[in-house]
Design a protein around this ligand. Sequence first.
Ligand SMILES: Nc1ncnc2c1ncn2[C@@H]1O[C@H](COP(=O)(O)OP(=O)(O)O)[C@@H](O)[C@H]1O
Ligand SMILES: [Mg+2]
Length: 258
Amino acid sequence: MEETAVIVEGLTVKYGSFVAVDNLSFAVNTGEIYGLLGPNGAGKTSTIKAIVGVLPPYSGKIQVYGKSLLEDEVAVKSMIGYVPEEVVLFDSLTPREFLEFIASVRGLKADIVSSRLEKLVDAFDIKKYFDTPIAALSMGNKQKVAVIAALIHEPKLLILDEPLVGLDARSSKILKELISYHAKRGGAVIFSTHIMEVAEKLCTKVGIINHGKLVGEGTVDELRRLVKSAEGSLEDIFLKVTEQETSLNEVIRALEEE
Ligand SMILES: Nc1ncnc2c1ncn2[C@@H]1O[C@H](COP(=O)(O)OP(=O)(O)O)[C@@H](O)[C@H]1O
Ligand SMILES: [Mg+2]
């Protein structure tokens, strides 16, 4: 049976009088990899920030596995692993220190943490940087640390804001596999991207956002068909999101070569 992982209903996010997210509704089932696809400035990050609870008050309803942040913040936050768009780490700590700190905040037992860390550090190939101050790491390696930090408590819901940007081909492939694995074993994933090809490769379902509104939803194939039959606006958005792919083209090509 499919369980609903996330329900977003009538979400509106404003910055002052500017409406960044406009009455947005969508749902994500367990086992789904849901892509929020839209051009830069569409409202993807604002939507994600509202779901994970790092945004000032918004209007609308958000539930994660039946629970609302407003009612049970601890429960909701413990079910979510979040990799932000702009990764913030403590530069003076090493990845080991940082990840152990995160694990202790999460209240995880030391032996569980060390075996999980070992696997993740191996998978993402950062063993040799594990005791190097974070300040000295490349963007890609910093992002890997952020991804590991998001996975350490084995969250049911994984939320990634523009993942793959800054990751090398190997790590992108691993992240992609992790996302699929996570969904297959009963988790759910939401991630945002402005790149059509990324959504196409990874998502089981895509919601297209433009100017804070959901303008289309379905599998990638369904959306393509819809675009063909629709006039104007949806096609424009598709063009926009397909034109913005330069930054990730290399990673994608490498993935295809595997
Ligand atoms: N802190 C903020 N203050 C004012 N405007 C913001 C803020 N954050 C985002 N915005 C605006 O809200 C809109 C949506 O931004 P964002 O959610 O970051 O979009 P996306 O992630 O799709 O690129 C953009 O027009 C952006 O300029
Ligand atoms: Mg964003």
